[in-house]
Design a protein. Structure first.
Length: 134
């Protein structure tokens, strides 16, 4: 993650990018999928890219407004196989699922926060959030 902030007048602007590449491998034995399987072997390759922008404006010592927006692109590649013991014919059966690619693109989200500090112990916070999937 790389983030750059700029202070100007009574505001702070922040722009950032986020890049993540996660490789996850799992091998489990036991009661899995509510007893459907007794062994699982999976691999997930998860790539996430995002850019975001935030602007925070301070009207005075008690009131500030923060606006944030973010764009995400996520791609997940999943390889999964599992085995179960078939009690009817007394053998282990292995199921290998075809690789699955899940792509979530054009995830756009944002929020607006208005924070009013009434005193040292109490803040009033109004948040409006939105998530659009194009």
């Amino acid at each position: 993650e790389i983030r750059i902030s700029k202070y100007f007048y009574s505001s702070i602007g922040t722009v950032g990018i986020y890049i993540s590449d996660i490789k996850e491998k799992d091998q489990r034995d036991g009661w899995i999928f509510s007893g459907i399987a007794d062994n699982i072997n999976s691999r997930f390759d998860i790539n996430n890219y995002a850019i975001y922008f935030q602007l925070q404006h301070f009207f005075n010592d008690k009131l500030n407004l923060t606006m944030t927006s973010r764009y995400d692109y996520t791609k997940t590649l999943q390889n999964l196989n599992y085995s179960l013991y078939n009690w009817y014919i007394n053998i282990n059966e292995t199921t290998i699922l075809d690789p699955l690619e899940i792509v979530d693109k054009n995830l756009i989200g944002g929020n607006i926060k208005l924070n009013y500090k009434t005193n040292q112990k109490l803040n009033l916070l109004l948040i409006i959030k939105n998530l659009n999937i194009l």
